[in-house]
Design a protein around this ligand. Structure first.
Ligand code: ADP
Ligand code: MG
Length: 223
């Protein structure tokens, strides 16, 4: 299996800039979306063009959402959270989407509480992005296993899927913006994960092959 460990993105200023632009684009986009919905499509010869427009608007919204999650919080919102609860929350959140695709997500932690000082919403975002990728890689259904273990002085949150694996040329560029193999992908999910993990002194590693991918989030153990 191929293995790759990627260090968090170095360029924080670029991230802030991207988030700022996304913020500026969001308001006009909301207006465009709203007014298009008010147009009486039946008066046009080609009402199907509106589906194309709406599809592309959704795509832009997806990009903006990813970029906005790069924004630094206004105030310092690192707080004590329970890593276990946080993972449960994301598992419950993604279960519906998974079951539509005949995928079961399993998480049976052997610990009940892991108090952890972090930006909980951002760590959730990392988990959501990784689980979403796992789901999207499993076209024929299957199982996704989520686990948390302490390895040396790092918490390892492991997401193991039974998908198609990450193609080598993608693996080499993963975390760079707009790297995607999906028709409606943004190619921003992994970049966002890296930026968030960087803010937490964390790491992201992939172990991948034709039988699936294991994505590993590493977060420093804090006493
Ligand atoms: P997107 O999901 O929008 O394509 P991401 O940054 O989340 O963008 O992922 C980039 C690419 O990495 C994906 O398009 C896919 O090719 C690959 N990838 C990431 N995670 C997995 C996975 N678990 N299994 C297979 N491929 C993956
Ligand atoms: Mg993704």
């Amino acid at each position: 299996a191929n293995q790759l460990m990627i260090q968090a993105a170095k360029n924080s200023t670029a991230s802030q800039f991207a988030a700022g632009i996304a913020h500026e684009i969001r308001n006009p986009m909301t207006a465009i979306k709203g007014f298009i919905q008010l147009i009486d499509k039946s008066k046009f010869d080609t009402p199907e063009y509106f589906d194309v427009i709406n599809g592309e608007i959704s795509r832009i919204e997806g990009i903006l959402t990813e970029l906005l999650s790069l924004a630094k919080p206004e105030t310092d919102i690192f707080r004590e959270a329970n890593l276990i609860d946080l993972i449960y929350h994301v598992v419950i959140l993604t279960k519906t989407q998974a079951s539509i695709h005949n995928i079961a997500i399993e998480f049976d932690p052997y610990i009940e509480n892991i108090p952890y000082y972090c930006d909980a919403n951002k760590i959730k975002q990392v988990l959501i992005n990784l689980i979403k990728n796992a789901i999207e890689s499993m076209k024929n259904g299957g199982r996704i296993e989520v686990e948390i273990t302490l390895v040396e002085n790092m918490w390892n949150i492991i997401i193991a899927d039974e998908g198609t694996g990450i193609p080598p040329e993608v693996l080499n560029n993963i975390g760079k913006p707009f790297v995607t193999t999906k028709e409606s992908g943004t190619g921003l999910g992994m970049m966002v994960c890296l930026e968030i993990l960087k803010q937490h002194n964390g790491k992201l590693t992939f172990n991948t092959g034709p039988n699936g991918t294991t994505s590993i989030i590493q977060l420093p153990f804090i006493k």
